[in-house]
Design a protein around this ligand. Sequence first.
Ligand code: CUA
Length: 405
Amino acid sequence: MALAIVLLIVIIGSVAFNWLSPWWFTDIASNWGNIDTTVFITFWVCGIVFVAVCLFMTYCVWKFRHKEGGRADYEPENSRLEWWLTVVTTIGVVAMLAPGLVVWDDYVNVPPDAQEFEVLAKQWTWAFRFPGEDGKLGTVDTTNIGMDNPFGMNMDDPNGADDVLVPASKVHLPKDQPVKVWLRSIDVLHDFFVPEFRAKMDAVPGMVTYFWFEPTKVGEYEILCAELCGVGHFSMRGRVQIDTQEDFDAWLDAQPTWAEMQAGITPKSYSAMAMRGRDVAETNGCFACHTLDGSVVVGPTWQGLWGSTRTMTDGSEVVVDGAYIDESVRNPAVKVVEGFAPVMIPYDLSEEDMQALIEYLREETGAEEPMSADRGEDAVPADAVALNEAAASNQGLAVLNAQGG
Ligand code: CUA
């Protein structure tokens, strides 16, 4: 009897929790109300089945409780009951799955008036690309990706020149305008997710995926990565600002195009050794965590690194030289820059690669030959300034959680 009462309390408590719980959906800010509807249908079907099964169990616990001299009936088959249960179960499963098929059909059939933009995912940041005035995204190739070409743009594709590149984790989109989102990843599996839009999609290395949505509310929302993608997964966040069409146009106009970006990048001359060092840094993925523009992604920036004095977590100070770089690559946990956690893994480079990397850092970040961002104000083209600002706005979002190098 006591057990039956406990079961009854569990049923009432579970149902009450569903209505009284403070943890509920965020306010929806896109057209995907029918995705919420499919979730509610699933809640209702599961809820009704849960209550029915538990009530039946409660009844049985009470009705068939132990009685002196009681005997059980043996009834191995009951085809009427089996038919009845099969039909009810089938209806329940169809009710949960069929609406999803209808919504999915909508989800991948993009309205013809949708504007396009691209989301580029990498460990552990987001970047964005808009098609520019011609309305066409230029073609890309992963093998083109490098420091001066983070999106892997094809140099000889004229459609790419006016593409607007946003190498920061914050992007703007217009309200009441359907957008088609193209997704690419340059390293591992990520997933672009904005909870208020109720829509998400994997970014898969080696292929391009897409979905669409229409923002319906002006405001700023958080972009999350919804796929475990490495130690920095939790910090792979961004922001999306939904603007009126007017505000959005003004914002987009202020962003540099690919052609402007290229004009703003002054090629630097490196020794052959430093060029090899730069390859070492690229192939080992150093730039996923260390930037050259002063922004903090995961680890400390490399801007102005060589010869600078850096404070470690234990309060000691280190002047950056070859020996320090060597140690920080091979044994990153020994000296950790203040404000960062020891999350970098050791890299076992060959002696030649290590020397090349050190030479690259000396030439790239040393004071004798200042890098482009350090030149006098008037020597820097306006676009480069805008670009640096865009990159710097990344800073506040990246979680300062990494090891110094
Ligand atoms: Cu990217 Cu998790």
